[in-house]
Design a protein around this ligand. Structure first.
Ligand SMILES: [Zn+2]
Length: 101
């Protein structure tokens, strides 16, 4: 009997902090369903950023910084190239050695 009970317990219940987070999310969701406007929803989303979402945002930042530092996007093949492959600029358009070669 004890074994059967253990198996039926949800994983979240075994981790008090996880369960608390779920409870928070649940209450914020039902509050939203009750009468919240979009602005409040955005606030809640920012306050309850999940670890996974935060990590994704960080990775995007790193990519942007790297491109600003020494990379460009070729206007012909749309590949991100290193600056050393920049052989022609036409206004805001940049072309890589592969496309121009
Ligand atoms: Zn190119």
């Amino acid at each position: 009997m004890a074994l059967a009970n253990e198996q039926s317990v949800p994983a979240a219940a075994a981790h008090p902090r996880h369960a608390a987070l779920l409870a928070q999310l649940k209450s914020s969701k039902s509050a939203k369903d009750a009468n919240f406007i979009d602005e409040s929803e955005t606030e809640l989303a920012e306050r309850y950023v999940l670890p996974g979402a935060e990590k994704q945002a960080e990775e995007e930042n790193v990519e942007i910084i790297a491109q600003l530092a020494d990379e460009f996007t070729c206007a012909s093949c749309f590949m991100v190239r290193h600056r050393s492959q920049l052989v022609r600029e036409d206004g805001a358009d940049k072309f890589c050695a592969e496309c121009e070669g």
